[in-house]
Design a protein around this ligand. Structure first.
Ligand SMILES: Nc1nc2c(ncn2[C@@H]2O[C@H](COP(=O)(O)OP(=O)(O)OP(=O)(O)O)[C@@H](O)[C@H]2O)c(=O)[nH]1
Length: 390
């Protein structure tokens, strides 16, 4: 049996689609987070298989299998819409999709078995495919997903793809050179393969870029955030403090170190889970009291560091507010006892003083602990006291 070499050549595109589908599934298996990926992969696989099937069929068989291949294309198109809808978190309207598919399949049956007409069949099929793909589009547009370039490119190429699908037969008609079976090297078939491949590649690249971006941002979060409290860790605090303290237009800055009093006793008396709960509540209280642009970090254990854009007096007020709020919250410890925190507060003028200011605030915190805990020790006071010989 001989098989025309040009047909084999045309099989490259469906094969690429299947490979891309497998890549997306692989990507999903690694991360298991992007649940829209299997839908897009499924649509690639279905459309790829349908294209391969049609390429391999002898011309006289195309009509007989029109409904079968129609089912694959239609489900592939809806699966794509489902993937896009999943990406933006909206519905792909499955019932409406089913209705559109049923109407198109009836038309395919009529124009293949009752009154065979390949071009009317193509109009129906492509209009149906375009409509199915566009099902989630209005909802996505209302969401205004234009936040980043990736989302914007994704959305508009998706809309363009759906519109191109709908009007493909008309474009082909305008280009002329139609062949009887609408396949082979007919303008329609070549244009269909080319545009499908172009968009399919574009989407695969955008989806993979999205996966990589998410993986990187998850890594960055893991690297920078304390997982228990969602505060910055020591490394991220330094990184975030650098540009702030290097900008002479900002400031004045003050560094605070807060440390929960007798935290070991909380762990020993009520267990680690209660200790963690207390840490989370302290973190919440700290972030509640500071302003946007201030930094709050957990340096480890029960020690918290804050960089506030404020003078010493303002920082002291904030520390006192946090201290009062926490000590008045009787729900933190199971026996209703007060939970207290001590602070050391030191000024800082620029980045070069960061380590010195941290030691300074730490020393003041130590003094606060020595003085009985549940208090705020501020650098100026210490200096004033020293000046007065106290
Ligand atoms: N639950 C919980 N405990 C932690 C965590 N990290 C450190 N700890 C505990 O925090 C306690 C710190 O105890 P200490 O350094 O003695 O401090 P303290 O008991 O608060 O005493 P003072 O600071 O002097 O008031 C230790 O028991 C650590 O095990 C954590 O992530 N979760």
């Amino acid at each position: 049996m001989s098989f025309p070499i040009d047909r084999l050549f045309l099989l490259i595109i469906p094969a690429c689609m299947l490979l891309l589908g497998c890549t997306l599934v692989g990507c999903w298996l690694v991360q298991r987070r992007h649940r829209y990926l299997p839908w897009v992969a499924g649509s690639y696989a279905l459309v790829g298989l349908a294209l391969a099937w049609q390429t391999l069929l002898p011309p006289e068989e195309l009509q007989r299998w029109a409904v079968f291949t129609g089912v694959m294309y239609l489900f592939g198109a809806w699966s794509f819409a489902r993937g896009i809808a999943g990406y933006y978190g909206v519905s792909a309207h499955p019932r409406l999709g089913l209705l559109i598919s049923a109407v198109v399949l009836l038309a395919l049956h009529y124009y293949s078995q009752v009154v065979p007409d390949i071009w009317t069949r193509l109009y129906w099929l492509n209009a149906g495919l375009g409509l199915l793909q566009l099902l989630p589009a209005p909802h996505i547009l209302r969401l205004r997903p234009a936040t980043g370039w990736l989302e914007r490119t994704m959305y508009w190429s998706y809309v363009l793809f759906a519109v191109n699908t709908s009007i493909r037969p008309l474009l082909s008609l305008a280009l002329g050179s139609l062949t009887e079976d609408g396949r082979g090297f007919s303008s329609y078939w070549l244009m269909m393969l080319a545009t499908t491949m172009l968009f399919v590649l574009l989407f695969a690249m955008l989806l993979l870029a999205n996966s990589v971006r998410d993986a990187l941002s998850a890594l960055r979060t893991e690297r920078n955030m304390d997982p228990l409290t969602n505060l910055l860790n020591r490394r991220a605090f330094r990184e975030a403090a650098e540009p702030l303290l290097s900008d002479p237009r900002l400031g004045p800055w003050t560094l605070l170190i807060g440390d929960i009093d007798h935290f070991k006793r909380i762990n020993d008396s009520w267990g680690h889970a209660r200790g963690d709960y207390v840490l989370q509540n302290v973190a919440h209280a700290l972030t509640q009291q500071v302003r946007a642009g201030d930094l709050v970090a957990r340096f480890g254990g029960e020690e918290f560091v804050l960089l506030l854009r404020s003078d010493l007096a303002g920082a002291e007020q904030i520390a006192q507010r946090i201290r009062t709020q926490l000590s008045e919250d009787r729900s933190l410890l199971p026996n209703g006892e007060r939970m207290t925190i001590s602070f050391g507060i030191a000024p800082i003028e620029d980045l070069s003083q960061l380590s010195a200011a941290l030691s300074h605030a730490d020393g003041l915190l130590y003094q606060a602990k020595q003085a009985g805990r549940d208090r705020v020790h501020v650098a100026r006071r210490v200096r004033e006291k020293a000046a007065r010989g106290l």
